[in-house]
Design a binder for this molecule. Sequence first.
Ligand SMILES: [Zn+2]
Length: 92
Amino acid sequence: MLIRLLVLATLLVLVGRIVRLLVRTPPLRKQESPPPSLVQDPVCGLYIEPQTAKESIEQEGKRIYFCSSSCARQFKTGRGVLTSGPSDRTEG
Ligand SMILES: [Zn+2]
């Protein structure tokens, strides 16, 4: 009868292990990094990252980013943005 008890004990241990494994399984959640917030260049319509923007100006408390200095220039000359800093002459 001792063997029966031993078998029962091992069974209990095994069941305990299985339950523990089932409980301990960590949730495998894939961490996805959020997409980088892109901003649109209002001149050419290109979507760019603010960090990689060549130029940026502030207009009405809002920051506008440009993919290139030529786009920024076009925007400035086209819409008459308040330019603060060195006087830029219009050269043609
Ligand atoms: Zn552009």
